[in-house]
Design a protein around this ligand. Structure first.
Ligand code: NAD
Length: 489
């Protein structure tokens, strides 16, 4: 069993084994963003301290049989804030996972949920493994054992803490987690709501896989259509003349690149861990994806030039840079060389606090992770709602809506004496299905959150950047929850 005792809720855990990437530990970076915004609120210090600290961390070490040998696996789950329950946040599989990272990501989840009005506290989990080193069966054993550890300490459950996919995990891992949880929760009617990001056949919701990239697209679309912001950046509105570089061609990066390209932007560079591909005339994102599926790498793609030093492509000239791989990718050393006009954070924490000051001084607008990549948690919230309500979105009203729309079209045709074609009729009369409703709810959330962040940004001269505006917005909402609980006067 574990060589170090597993920590109880709220107790101290072993010291962080963080190896800071870039120039600043991730948690320090998140906390310095928080502090910068906290100064601009008039909230009491005790309340700000409570909002900032991590409520519970569970550090665990457990044995798993791998290729005939016992391997001790290290893992964490952090619940940053219990001001609303359940806690919500992904589970990451990576060799860089440590307590600093998990706590930083959990804190970001708290602020993110508040910004997009998702009624959850922030959480995050991680297992320190490189998933590429394991077979599917081994990954399943590790995932199921991790879930059992979470169950033992009440760190998972539909009303307690609800994980989701993150870097290195996806619907497959979420299905294993749900199945393990259900096996231990006999008779618990809402058991499937213990995790989100599941395959649709196992309680998932349509639209979840693409949600983070789609949400990023909605966020950037609002920004490029914001005449006041574009004027500040000396850019025209719309996507037509915008160039884009994306780092990370995984779930978030692929979908973001796809939706931005479909909206008319030119994707001129994609960066992966083993190199980048660039083409000033534009990269066909779907063709690149097909190449990657076939060859296992984006490098060598015929529709673009391969650049071995992928990180250097972050510094190429472009309008919109989307870091969608990992944290700390734009740091003190490379920040002065970034030439993008807008940095839209697809990943969590890709820009360090030190780097952000440098980008701000250069006039670059950083659209913060806590808003830009919130699409995943928004749609996870929809999945959780679907699981606890036990009904597919659209099931009750799709046909009714179609009937009403058809009657309206018939009445209009009778009145005007004109007939619609079958495809026009289908387009107007069609009732919304689950995916339509999910995407529409996501779009509405991203639009209204953008405008509430911009209201703080334009409305307070002391707020100099969008991240601070988002943090002020988020901190005030969390403070409101604590006050309504009567915990703080
Ligand atoms: P993923 O595992 O699907 O994709 C990550 C991609 O980045 C992979 O293709 C990987 O090969 C690539 N990569 C790894 N190291 C790299 C490097 N050094 N340079 C360039 N590329 C590299 O993960 P994901 O779900 O897309 O998550 C990416 C980021 O987005 C993470 O920071 C995650 O926390 C954040 N995020 C994800 C979601 C979600 O719904 N999946 C939601 C919010 C935030």
């Amino acid at each position: 069993m574990a060589s170090a005792p597993a920590a109880k809720r709220g107790s101290k855990t072993p010291a962080s084994t963080a190896i800071p990437h870039g120039s600043q530990p991730f948690l320090q970076s998140v906390n310095s963003y928080f502090d910068k915004a906290a100064h601009l609120t008039d909230l009491p210090q005790g309340l700000l301290d409570q909002i900032r600290v991590c409520n519970s961390v569970y550090y665990m070490q457990f044995p798993v049989r791998i290729k005939g040998e016992i391997q001790v696996i290290e893992a964490w789950r952090a619940e940053h804030s219990h001001h609303k329950l359940p806690c919500k946040g992904g589970i990451r599989y990576a060799e860089t996972v440590d307590q600093d990272e998990v706590q930083a990501l959990a804190a970001l989840m708290t602020y993110k949920c508040a910004v997009v009005d998702v009624p959850f506290g922030g959480g995050k989990g991680g297992i320190r493994i490189n998933p590429r080193d394991y077979t599917v069966e081994e990954l399943e054993r590790i995932t199921r054992r991790y879930t059992v550890e979470l169950i033992k300490k009440n760190f998972i459950g539909p009303s307690v803490d609800v994980p989701a996919p993150d870097f290195g995990t996806g619907p497959r891992e979420m299905a294993w987690i749900a199945d393990t949880y259900q096996a231990f929760a006999q008779g618990e009617i809402n058991a499937l709501a213990c995790v989100t990001g599941k395959p649709v056949g196992q309680g998932g919701v349509r639209g979840r896989t693409a949600a983070t990239g789609r949400g990023l697209y909605f966020a950037v679309r609002e920004a490029v259509n914001d005449a006041k912001l574009m004027k500040k950046l000396k850019l025209t509105t719309g996507f037509a003349d915008k160039t884009v570089i994306v780092q990370g061609f995984g779930n978030v990066g692929y979908h973001a690149a796809k939706f931005l390209m479909e909206a008319g932007a030119t994707v001129i560079g994609i960066i992966e861990w083993d190199g980048a591909v660039v083409n000033p005339k534009g990269i066909d994102v779907e063709a690149l994806q097909a190449h990657r599926v076939e060859r296992g790498s984006i490098t060598g793609f015929a529709g673009a030039k391969t650049v071995k030093d992928g990180l250097s492509v972050l510094e190429y000239e472009c309008d919109i840079l989307v870091p969608a791989a990992l944290e700390n990718q734009i740091f003190k050393e490379n920040a002065p060389r970034i030439k993008a006009k807008i940095v839209a954070e697809g990943a969590n924490g890709p820009v360090t606090a030190v780097a952000e000051d440098i980008l701000n001084k250069k006039g670059i607008v950083v659209m913060p992770d806590m808003f830009v990549n919130a699409g995943g948690v928004v749609v996870s919230y929809f999945e959780w709602l679907k699981n606890i309500s036990h009904v597919r979105f659209g099931r009750m009203d799709k046909r009714f809506e179609e009937g009403s729309n058809t009657r309206l079209v018939n009445a209009l045709e009778n009145l005007t004496g004109k007939s619609l074609t079958l495809s026009e009729r289908n387009l107007i009369a069609r009732g919304a299905d689950e995916e339509d409703l999910v995407n529409s709810g996501l779009e509405d959330t991203m639009i209204s959150s953008y405008h509430s962040i911009m209201e703080v940004f334009w409305g307070n001269p002391k707020v100099k950047d969008l991240r601070t505006a988002a943090f002020v917005n988020s901190i005030n909402k969390i403070a409101g929850s604590y006050m309504s609980l009567g915990i703080f006067p």
